[in-house]
Design a protein around this ligand. Structure first.
Ligand code: FAD
Length: 380
């Protein structure tokens, strides 16, 4: 669907991303997904595109500006590679860089930020705990002051990039129950008492690593507290909204894969003496998919325009995330149906997208939690 806010710069950026995905990712996507990992040099090649530099100052390797449309273009075009574990394997950065720039000490930023932005090192955000991910207010990991240090104890799980990242942003309890008692900490993977283990095999996203992190008497300097004591977590709420915009854009890319792949197949495959696409029922499926894609794209573009104009439309972002994950579920299912048995085979793009639907409707704020958030924003 045409973007009324399209600029020449955005179109050129999108073309660069498309070329990159076509030459540097698509030919290898199957192998990487089956192998369960991507080569580390890909992080650096992607870093050179500047996609982790939005909103990051140039002295840290960033672009020195932000643009929600460009963020969305990155997430959409990379999702079109057909194996979302690939961007996921690199995007722990996306949700941890901004808090590091805004809230970490000058010494930490000078030492590590450029390495993260350029893809030389990885960083992750560790919020979810074994006891639950939706109820963040109930975080059990603690950080106790001890002289010039804090001592962290607890566990985080499902942390994307958890096995490969060097740096972690971790909320821990320093005060009273609830979100108001949480502070953020910068934790380095080589700190004594920090350990990690990979999650068992997953339904999808095979080539991205998720880990459980163990914090056992992890001592960090007091300067590693990011932002205000007991105010750190609240200070990164905006970050979650940008993560959700990225997920919406990624889902849009996945839906387009479903539509384009199944349309090609419907033109090629013949049953009862004519191509599938000549059967009305199949045409209707494709039109229904296309309609949902148009709606999601229009929703996303409006959100990007609002963000670029200084607003953070939390209710719309929350609703759009639910709308898009439901639309993706529909498109993935209908695409599989159009493919018939061929869609059930490993290596088929549609099969992989189908296996990646649920992580999009659960991760980054589940559908149920998004609806709760939207209703609070709308005053009921
Ligand atoms: C592949 C993958 C990667 C991830 N990466 C990260 C990461 O990098 N960092 C990170 O911190 N986390 C990450 N997560 C965790 C993710 O954010 C959580 O899975 C998500 O927030 C849900 O938490 P939970 O799984 O503990 O489910 P729970 O909180 O236990 O909820 C279970 C179900 O109950 C529903 N539910 C919960 N409370 C309510 C309620 N009040 N009303 C109605 N329904 C409710 C939920 O919507 C969900 O459907 C990742 C998850 C996956 C699967």
């Amino acid at each position: 669907m045409q973007n009324p806010f399209e600029t020449q710069e955005l179109a050129a950026f999108r073309r660069t991303l498309q070329d990159f995905v076509t030459t540097e990712i698509k030919p290898y996507a199957d192998d990487w997904d089956e192998a369960g990992e991507i080569p580390w040099e890909l992080h650096q090649k992607v870093g050179a595109l500047g996609v982790w530099g939005f909103g990051i100052e140039e002295r840290y390797g960033g672009l020195g500006f932000d643009d929600c449309f460009m963020r969305a273009a990155y997430n959409e075009e990379f999702a079109k590679c057909g194996a979302n574990g690939i961007p996921a394997a690199m995007n722990g950065r996306m949700i941890s860089i901004e808090p590091i720039q805004r809230l970490a000490s000058q010494e930490i930023k000078d030492r590590i930020l450029e390495d993260i932005v350029m893809g030389r090192k990885g960083s992750s955000l560790g919020v979810t705990e074994p006891g639950g991910g939706s109820d963040v207010a109930n975080t059990r990991t603690t950080a106790q002051r001890d002289g010039n240090h804090f001592v962290l104890n607890g566990q985080k799980t499902f942390i994307t990039g958890g096995m490969t990242s060097d740096y972690f942003v971790i909320p821990a309890r320093t005060g009273r129950p609830g979100l108001e008692g949480l502070s953020l900490f910068f934790v380095e993977a080589d700190t004594l008492g920090f350990s990690r283990s990979a999650l068992p095999r997953k339904m999808g996203w095979w080539c991205s690593d998720q880990a459980t992190l163990y914090l056992d008497e992890v001592r960090v300097p007091a300067e590693n507290m990011m932002g205000e004591e007991n105010g750190g977590f609240l200070a990164i709420m905006e970050n979650f909204n940008l993560e959700r915009v990225a997920l919406i854009a990624g889902m849009l890319g996945m839906m387009k894969v479903c539509y384009e792949e199944s349309l090609d197949w419907a033109r090629e495959r013949a049953t009862f003496g004519k191509p599938l696409v000549k059967h009305q029922v199949i045409r209707h499926k494709l039109v229904d998919m296309s309609t949902k894609i148009d709606a999601a794209e229009a929703y996303l573009n409006t959100i990007c325009w609002l963000v670029n104009n200084g607003q953070m439309p939390v209710d719309k972002i929350s609703k759009a995330k639910v709308f898009t994950s439901k639309a993706l579920e529909f498109c993935a299912s209908e695409a599989m149906q159009i493919f018939g048995g061929a869609g059930y085979l490993r290596g088929n793009l549609v099969e992989r997208v189908y296996s990646e639907v649920k992580v999009m409707s659960i991760g980054g704020g589940s559908e149920e939690i998004m609806k709760d958030l939207a209703s609070r924003q709308m005053g009921f």
